[in-house]
Ligand binder design. Structure first.
Ligand SMILES: NC(=O)C1=CN([C@@H]2O[C@H](COP(=O)(O)OP(=O)(O)OC[C@H]3O[C@@H](n4cnc5c(N)ncnc54)[C@H](OP(=O)(O)O)[C@@H]3O)[C@@H](O)[C@H]2O)C=CC1
Ligand SMILES: N[C@@H](CC=O)C(=O)O
Length: 379
């Protein structure tokens, strides 16, 4: 993957390589999303280089304990090489390495679900990095941090892309940004924002499997957050709703979101493994909810941003479980599909609708790769 200028035995320089742009990537987190992203980069590198004249060079990969540097880019054996690295690393090592090897066109990619990792963002920006993130935490901390991050990016002329924060690989944030930028008044955004909860309620509503079993399947498919209670508590949907609200320049905090938490209180703070041993409590609760619905109704967990969205402090943010007719738009959802209805002044009766897989490692990784390439075009 190197763009080094190699001379052949007649001392001719490869001009094709000279024409290409080398983009240097540091990838943080290689779990479900990050691991698939690295696979996709390795698989697509040659065709991206050919089609777009961009050479993606992953010079660093890290998890919470180890860090691997490969000046000329990782190869298929990166997992074993990373495992062999010493325990413990610091973000300043990555910045120093990039400086030492004079690496340009830097992008740090956050595929962690970590609140702590967000603390590194200012240092990375100051160290010359642009940012791409599937992690929703940087955009859902307090408003002061949100605005400071954006002014820091502006001061250092750096970019921050996070399309996968809402709707995984679906082109949602971009669409909202474009509508808002063009002056089209968005009056409401409503839908099923969570791929995992979509799968869970679509499946649970249609068959006799217990709620706990369906939840375990959603985890195995890689739809849930690392701790599925982040989904079941409504926090993940709450974050997505807040991210969209902030895209519309609304000044809300996570505490402003009215969230219906689906987890019984005693299961909310116990260790994850204990929670997973006590899913019977959820089985009973949701069996009763399913049975108590009107005929031909199904359960759906929705997000709804509505009210007066023209004032910075306006709008109501609701996250809740509802029972809807099976033949309605929401009732017809299947698999892990998310659905977003965007109502605007010109799409008042028939909203713009974006629908498709709302969770999963591969679709999310593809969205992250899309962000990397769009950002690369700007470098
Ligand atoms: N799954 C999905 O469908 C979607 C997920 N996302 C987001 O993608 C992100 C990743 O999710 P997913 O891949 O499922 O999570 P995983 O738990 O599978 O992977 C998380 C990775 O991040 C690493 N990590 C955690 N903390 C740190 C840290 N402080 N520094 C460096 N690395 C760290 C972990 O390393 P270690 O194992 O050492 O802890 C692991 O490699 C989350 O923010 C999630 O919300 C967004 C859209 C869709
Ligand atoms: N856990 C999330 C994954 C994507 O953000 C979801 O289920 O939607």
């Amino acid at each position: 993957m190197s763009t080094e200028i190699k001379e052949n035995n007649t001392s001719r320089i490869d001009l094709q390589l000279l024409k290409k742009k080398k983009v240097n990537l540091a990838v943080f987190g290689h779990g479900n999303v990050g691991g698939k992203l690295l696979d996709q980069i390795l698989e697509s590198a040659a065709s991206i280089s050919e089609r777009k004249h961009i050479v993606l060079n992953v010079f660093a990969v890290a998890n919470s304990g180890q860090l691997l540097f490969q000046t000329d880019g990782i190869d298929e054996n990166w997992r074993n090489k990373l495992k062999a690295e010493k325990a413990g690393w610091d973000i300043s090592e990555v910045i120093k390495f990039a400086r030492q090897y004079n690496l340009k066109n830097l992008i740090a990619i956050d595929n962690t679900g970590s609140t702590e990792f967000v603390e590194h963002y200012p240092k990375l920006i100051e160290g010359g990095f642009n940012l791409v993130s599937s992690n929703k935490h940087p955009n859902t901390r307090d408003l002061e941090f949100y605005h400071e991050l954006r002014s820091l990016l502006q001061r250092h002329e750096k970019e921050f892309f996070y399309e996968t924060n809402v709707g995984a690989g679906l082109p949602l944030i971009d669409t909202i940004k474009l509508l808002h930028l063009s002056g089209e008044n968005i009056t409401r955004i409503r839908g099923v924002f969570s791929g995992s909860l979509s799968y869970i309620f679509n499946t649970f509503s249609e068959n006799d499997d217990s709620f706990g079993n369906v939840l375990k399947k959603a985890m195995n498919y890689g739809f849930t957050e690392p701790d599925p209670r982040e989904d079941l508590s409504g926090n993940d949907v709450g974050r997505k709703l807040l991210i969209l609200a902030r895209e519309l320049d609304l000044h809300h905090e996570l505490t402003d979101v009215n969230i219906e938490n689906l987890i019984p209180k005693p299961l909310r703070t116990i260790p994850k493994h204990e929670f997973l041993e006590q899913l019977d409590a959820l089985d009973v609760k949701f069996h009763i909810k399913k049975r108590n619905q009107k005929k031909d109704h199904v359960l759906r967990y929705i997000g709804d941003l509505h009210g007066d969205l023209s004032e910075v402090n306006g709008g109501t943010l609701d996250v809740k479980l509802v029972s809807v007719p099976r033949d309605s738009t929401l009732g017809q959802l299947s698999n892990s599909d998310s659905l977003f209805e965007i109502y605007t002044q010109n799409y008042a009766q028939h909203p713009i609708t974006i629908k498709g897989a709302g969770a999963g490692g591969a679709v999310t990784a593809r969205g992250v790769l899309g962000d990397i390439l769009r950002l690369s075009d700007k470098l």
